[in-house]
Ligand binder design. Structure first.
Ligand SMILES: C[S@@+](CC[C@H](N)C(=O)[O-])C[C@H]1O[C@@H](n2cnc3c(N)ncnc32)[C@H](O)[C@@H]1O
Length: 254
């Protein structure tokens, strides 16, 4: 059930982002690490000020808005996500695909990619494109869903929720490839300089926040009725919070 074809994933992701533009931002911008960072201030932290940066798969543009006034550009292939970015005042965005970037070689000093590297198909082509548009020694910083760190209560809740949703685990097109990140990325002309993890606390302040959290998960093959059952379970957690485990990979283009 978790093994979906590339075509099925691609169709699912297009309709997911058409139906829920900005839902990733809605969850992540309300989440905080122990140090008080959002996932967006965390991903941008390694990038020096005043450098040319591409926010790859920028979605509704929260990464770009975390560094206002910087010479940054966002790219995404979802028209609906970009429309929400523009409604939020982010205009330096364009539509395009990670596997065929519309930029010249060496156009950027840095590339960030928040919560999308696990989706690109084929991943190898997207990595070759990132390398091509970066200058030599340019930085590539990506965040992807992690499995840790989590608190014991988080683990129990995820396990209950995922089984309520009729799944055994959450997976993405590149889950397996990214479990060997240093080998994979080293083979694509990058040097891994950091691979760290952090837990972000998302407050479940209302039944609506609980529903947004459940709906923000990529759950192909899960019916509407099952999703509603997942929302009902998460609604029991109102007044508490849940941890979102993220992994940040920082690479240098060689
Ligand atoms: C989980 S969202 C993350 C959005 C944003 N970076 C954030 O963190 O809020 C994943 C994004 O990847 C985009 N995406 C997926 N595959 C893509 C591709 N091949 N080229 C460009 N964008 C892609 C989707 O449209 C979506 O906006």
């Amino acid at each position: 059930m978790n093994e979906l074809s590339n075509e099925a994933w691609s169709g699912y992701l297009s309709s997911f982002h058409r139906m829920h533009p900005g839902i990733t931002e809605d969850v992540l911008s309300g989440s905080r690490s122990r140090q008080g960072l959002t996932p967006y201030t965390w991903i941008t932290a390694p990038i020096p000020l005043g450098t040319r940066v591409l926010d790859l798969a920028c979605g509704s543009g929260p990464g770009l808005r975390s560094r206002p006034g910087e010479p940054w550009i966002g790219l995404d292939h979802s028209t609906s996500e970009l429309a929400r970015a523009r409604r939020s005042g982010t205009v330096n965005v364009l539509e395009g695909d990670a596997t065929a970037l519309p930029f010249e070689d060496g156009s950027f000093d840095g590339v960030i990619c928040s919560m999308a590297l696990m989706l690109f198909q084929p991943l190898e082509r997207a990595l070759a494109e990132v390398r091509r548009v970066l200058v030599r020694d340019g930085l590539f910083v990506a965040t992807v869903p992690g499995r840790r760190p989590l608190r014991v209560r988080d683990v129990a809740r995820y396990s209950h929720l995922i089984s309520r949703l009729g799944r055994r685990y959450l997976s993405y097109p590149n889950t397996k490839a990214l479990s060997h990140a240093p080998t994979l990325l080293g083979g694509h002309g990058f040097e891994l300089i950091e691979d760290v993890r952090s837990r972000f606390d998302f407050p479940i302040s209302s039944p609506e926040a609980a529903a947004t959290f459940v709906r923000s998960l990529y759950l192909p093959d899960v019916t509407e009725a099952t999703l509603v059952r997942g929302e009902q379970l998460a609604a029991r957690w109102v007044g508490t919070s849940i941890g979102i485990p993220l992994r940040r990979i920082t690479l240098v283009r060689r």
